[in-house]
Design a protein around this ligand. Structure first.
Ligand SMILES: *Cc1c(COP(=O)(O)O)cnc(C)c1O
Length: 368
């Protein structure tokens, strides 16, 4: 018998399943890489902003040196944009890093973490990695049931993850509900409000979560540059919270967790309002294009506030995998969500108009 290393709770972790890389699909299905369309990881179909590319070219000359461990200039950009002091900001190697830091900083083995059924897979991973107990609260209409999540709080609860909008379902929680939750949740429970898709919200849906950070010392808001800002490959995100939380996150993060190219690119991207507007516009148009097609095909979908749509591929539990395979054969990569307990569904990221059209044409062919 071979020796088993590590604690049981680490061995029990199922590895994260990301969207299939283009090169892998090309190899497996004998396809031309250039013709493959990837709508699987909620990346920005515009690619990265030109402003970020230029900033990185300039930063490249300094790659022989370590990055600024404190990210001074990037934090200046964030403080100016969000109106918080620099010691309220934690930089992360993607916002994934922030989510993990929160679990490591606030949860001991056996203590409890609350998150919603069908919410972002990383909440489960981060909880398991520290031996936390996952108190998963059933979804309501594929989204968060904050009332039930509040009732799930016990003396063991240390952390709550809330995604708004949520991935993979795309659901949105009205700000009033979040504020009511923050008012009622015990002050010793840290609440992570994960706003990875915030920049895609229509202007009338935008709300001021940073005002809540000023009011609630137990709130940590996380943001990312991976989605609307188009920098997924660089790995850069950040958390905003009062020093009681931020100080701990900064003690346990790797000293150089955010590389210098990412810092330079993030400064440029956060100041690039034109790029953000274009990203939002292409997303709004693509959402209409995809959902009109789902309606035509009589396919159920969950109304989405992010840059992706979850749709029901069929009414049997093999449907998601089956349709996914047929799409892959046609060079189109979407995301199966069987690992979320949704084997009938697939998630498609919103692409450029011609990418959406190719996806729709392939799906129509498969279903006819
Ligand atoms: C994509 C995503 C993130 C983070 O991605 P990073 O690339 O690590 O910044 C966080 N939360 C949700 C809900 C996401 O969908």
């Amino acid at each position: 018998m071979s020796i088993q290393f590590g604690p049981d709770y680490v061995r029990a972790i199922a590895p994260y399943q990301g969207g299939k890389p283009i090169a892998e699909v090309a190899r497996e299905f004998g396809l031309d890489e250039a013709k493959i369309i990837k709508l699987a990881s909620n990346e920005n179909p515009l690619g990265m902003p030109e402003s970020a590319r230029q900033a990185m070219l300039a930063a490249m000359n300094e790659l022989g040196r370590y990055p600024d461990s404190n990210g001074y200039e990037l934090k200046q950009t964030i403080t100016a944009k969000y109106g918080v002091p620099a010691d309220w900001v934690t930089l992360g190697n993607g916002s994934n890093d922030i989510l993990e830091l929160a679990a490591h900083a606030f949860v001991q083995p056996g203590q409890a973490v609350i998150y919603a059924q069908y919410s972002f897979a990383v909440y489960a991973l981060a909880t398991q990695a520290v031996g936390g107990r996952a108190d998963v609260v059933p979804a309501k209409n594929y989204g968060h049931d904050l009332g039930a999540m509040l009732e799930a709080v016990t003396g063991d609860t240390r952390l709550v993850f809330i995604a708004n909008p949520n991935n993979p379902t795309g659901t949105f929680i009205a700000p009033g509900e979040i504020e009511a939750f923050l008012r009622k949740v015990p002050a010793n429970v840290v609440v992570v409000l994960d706003e990875a898709y915030n920049e895609y919200l229509a202007p009338e849906l935008q709300y001021d979560s940073i005002a809540w950070v000023r009011q609630y010392p137990n709130l940590l808001v996380s943001r990312t540059l991976s989605k609307a800002y188009g920098l997924a490959g660089l790995r850069i995100g950040f958390g905003i919270a009062q020093p009681g939380i931020t100080d701990l996150l900064n003690r346990i993060r790797q000293p150089f967790n955010v590389n210098s190219m990412a810092q330079a690119a993030a400064i440029a991207a956060l100041n690039d309002d034109a790029f953000l507007r274009r990203s939002a516009q292409i997303n709004t148009d693509g959402y209409r294009q995809l959902t009109q097609a789902f309606i035509e095909m009589d396919l159920e979908y969950v109304p989405s506030y992010g840059n992706f749509v979850l749709f029901r591929a069929g009414s049997d539990d093999a449907a998601g995998a089956r349709i996914n395979l047929e799409l892959l054969r046609r060079g189109i990569i979407v995301r199966p969500v069987g690992n979320y307990g949704m084997p009938q569904w697939l998630r498609v990221s919103i692409g450029l108009p011609e990418e959406n059209a190719a996806f729709i044409a392939a799906l129509k062919e498969i279903l006819s």
